[in-house]
Design a protein around this ligand. Sequence first.
Ligand code: SAM
Length: 201
Amino acid sequence: MKDQWNLRYSTSEYVYGTEPNDVLREQEPQLLRGSKILCLADGEGRNGVFLAERGHSVTSVDASVIGLEKAQQLALERGVEIKTVVADLAEFDLGTGQWDAIVSIFCHVPPPLRVKIHSQVSRALRKGGVFLLEAYTPDQLQHHTGGPPFAELMMSETLLRSELTGMEFEFCHEREREIHEGALHNGISSVVQCFARRIDP
Ligand SMILES: C[S@@+](CC[C@H](N)C(=O)[O-])C[C@H]1O[C@@H](n2cnc3c(N)ncnc32)[C@H](O)[C@@H]1O
């Protein structure tokens, strides 16, 4: 898996562009100023670097060393710092009470791993912490405008509402929208978007 991503990122281009994801840009004002944020599967870093530019303290994790090298390059160009961790999410512990926000943008992993990650989210967040996600739904397969070619790697509102235990949803909905993110996400797309807050005991 990491070889495939390293190969994909082995070009001077940023394959998903250098601008942040639209949902992240829209929701960022909801984050606490100076939040400590974990960006899951941050790839070439467009989202982590955007958050660092907004004054947040960012840790980006991804399995691709080449993706994260490009993330550090982008951070340097923008005059900000991010922490990068090269790791397979299967072996990465999200921790306990660590983060003000966890961001997951197009992090399509096999279902058992996805369930494991989502089950850690609530515990990993600090009091009042939030989780933001955008991902493709199985309907995306008809569009051929981006995303993995397998329905089982996609997500749905129903799956997310059941997997993200201990979280209260501000929204979790499926949408059709135009996406233009670099060369690889381009055109009308079927997505699920979710913004959820940790339920405090
Ligand atoms: C579609 S890209 C999205 C990258 C970034 N979130 C963005 O929106 O620009 C998916 C990313 O997931 C990462 N990834 C896939 N499986 C992973 C795993 N098991 N552990 C860590 N990263 C993984 C890939 O390396 C890749 O960077």
